[in-house]
Design a protein around this ligand. Structure first.
Ligand code: N01
Length: 544
């Protein structure tokens, strides 16, 4: 299977980079289409996000019965989920089961980090390089690299002088971490922090949380999944999956409350709290679906935001701490968090919240963290500081397209794609859930299945026509980037410093990267395919 250093002979039809939800399903579909493939995975096993993110409390914010593959009815009928929201170990077991069930492992090479890929215009092939110096030649490359896989470890002065252990939530040690008797610092208050803080607080001698921006969190109301509830959903699984595929976010079919019915202004003031309370009681990400315009109209958003702020003030006993925990930005602008006892944790006498909103962390010292002129002595630091989202994993690979231009250069002012799957100047390269697609604003599994199926159909189309080359046209890319900006501009998403905008990474161009709305998007992709892959140049130049 190993490459021969560029003689033009193909090792495989397709190299897939990454063996998470996207890479596993991509491999399965490629095989079924009769194409040969090799999956190259940096991790020591399959699972992607669920291989790396082993921090305490890690679980999915989308319900298990929705956050799972729908492509195989036997699989979805046979697999038994144990909780409403699955834990990281359970999701990893599921993905390992999928790898075994479909005999995928023989084409997956783990511990193999892809560092570069160069397109050869003469042969219309990619030469893929790994960190260990292996080379693979393939007609196509599919980047199944994940939207949230490049960990962001902020460059805080003195970071490497700390004398105790440090951990990033997205690179958690497999053997786990014992916090008992330790003084722990957590930096960050996004989803990973919100999930891990209550559990770390239970174990640690003392916990200090460093908060730059207060976060909105809605209760998960996680619980064991009753057998009869699971059986009832499985009996109508096809309908559940179909409903999610026609929804804005790729999930929500299990909600007893359904999609939003009314704009905020259409609801009597007295009924608004009732609707909000129903969503709060149901819990989870569906909270923002309370009004049709929660994410579009400032007034509607403020009503939902103020409801959560009142909840925070009701839960947190110390008014000064409650104040610090109360967010001021638009709700849903940064990804909503889902928790089990997050705000309650700050009622513990052994937990302290440190506000670093005005001047950040001054320094990490050998003995702890300095902020606001105060030294906080700690034994362990947990970086819950997120990811270089959507573009980070791609830009860490040196993709060289037509004329040797790198992807990093092509995206210097922000990512530019067509449909979120293709890039002008990078023929035969496909992105799964790339920037410009709904991806992180949806149930990732719904978006992944959609892209994998679309890419597979495209490859079959090329083979049917005897074509060896496909490339997004620059005009199509420009049109798509403009469209994504227009849609994002109709929402409140661009109004805060979120990772959706790249705002968490110093120097990263500020561009709203995902496209809001799954349902109209999938129809647009189908339309492009139905019109002979409109916006793509197929079979030229040089190679048909
Ligand atoms: O990362 P984040 P995450 N100094 O970027 C702070 C998905 N996910 O790993 O908001 C001090 O959300 C940063 O502060 P600010 C989900 O899509 C899903 O928690 O930038 N602080 C923020 O508080 C999620 O959105 C699930 O001001 C710094 C935090 O660190 C995404 O992954 C679970 C800092 C980072 O929060 C990322 O979540 C977990 C600095 N220099 C994650 N730099 C489930 O489905 C950053 N921060 C369960």
């Amino acid at each position: 299977m190993r490459g021969d250093g560029g003689s033009g002979r193909l090792d495989v039809d397709v190299v897939v980079v990454g063996a998470g939800f996207a890479g596993l399903y991509m491999l399965h579909r490629l095989r079924r289409a009769g194409l040969s493939a090799r999956v190259l995975e940096a991790g020591g096993g399959v699972g992607g996000t669920w291989y790396w993110n082993r921090y305490p409390g890690a679980r999915c914010d989308v319900q298990s019965l929705e956050y799972s593959y729908g492509f195989d009815d036997d699989l979805q009928q046979n697999w038994e989920w144990t909780e409403r929201y699955a834990t990281q170990p359970e999701i990893l077991r599921y993905l390992e089961h999928v790898a075994d069930r479909f005999d995928l492992r023989r084409d997956i090479q783990c511990d193999t980090r892809v560092v570069g890929a160069a397109f050869d215009e003469e042969t219309a092939t990619w030469a893929v390089r790994t960190e260990a110096g292996e080379r693979f030649t393939a007609r196509f490359v599919v980047a199944a690299t994940g939207c949230l896989s490049a960990a962001n470890l902020p460059d805080i002065p003195g970071r490497d002088t700390f004398r105790g252990p440090t951990y990033h939530t997205g690179r958690w040690p497999h053997e786990g971490v014992d916090f008992s008797g330790r003084r722990v610092a957590v930096i960050g208050t996004g989803s990973s922090a919100v999930q891990s803080i209550p559990i770390i607080a239970e174990q640690a001698a003392h916990l200090t949380v460093f908060q730059r921006t207060a976060t909105y969190s809605v209760p998960a109301h996680n619980e064991p999944l009753a057998r009869d509830r699971q059986a009832e959903i499985k009996a109508r699984y096809a309908k559940v999956r179909a409903a999610n595929r026609q929804s804005m976010a790729g999930f929500g079919a299990l909600s007893g409350l359904g999609p939003p019915q009314h704009a905020m202004a259409e609801v009597d003031a007295g009924d608004r709290d009732l609707l909000l309370d129903q969503r709060w009681q149901e819990g989870g990400l569906g909270f923002v679906a309370v009004f049709t315009d929660t994410l579009a109209q400032p007034d509607a958003n403020e009503v939902a935001a103020e409801f959560v702020r009142a909840k925070i003030r009701g839960i947190v006993r110390d008014p000064a701490v409650a104040d610090l925990l109360t967010p001021t930005q638009v709700i849903g602008c940064k990804r909503l968090c889902v928790d089990s006892g997050y705000y309650e944790t700050f009622n513990r006498p052994d937990v302290r919240l440190v506000d670093i909103s005005s001047s950040g962390i001054e320094a990490i010292t050998p003995g702890g963290i300095r902020a606001n002129g105060e030294d906080h002595e700690v034994d362990v630091i947990v970086f819950a500081t997120g990811f270089d989202a959507m573009t980070g994993a791609l830009s860490r690979i040196r993709f060289e397209g037509v004329g040797g231009r790198t992807l990093a250069d092509a995206w210097r002012e922000g990512p530019k794609t067509y449909l979120g799957v293709a890039v002008a100047g990078f023929p035969n390269l496909f992105l799964i859930t790339g920037p410009g697609s709904p991806s992180v604003l949806t149930n990732m599994v719904t978006s992944i299945e959609h892209h994998v199926e679309w890419i597979t159909a495209c490859l079959e189309h090329l083979r049917g026509g005897g074509h060896r080359r496909i490339e997004a046209e620059p005009e199509a890319v420009d049109g798509w980037v403009a469209y994504v900006n227009t849609v994002a501009g109709l929402t409140l998403f661009p109004t805060c410093n979120s990772w959706y905008l790249g705002a968490n990474i110093p120097g990263k161009p500020r561009v709203f990267m995902p496209l809001p709305g799954f349902a109209p998007y999938d129809a647009m992709c189908a339309d492009v395919a139905a019109h002979g892959y409109r916006g793509f140049a197929i079979g030229q130049p040089g190679a048909t």
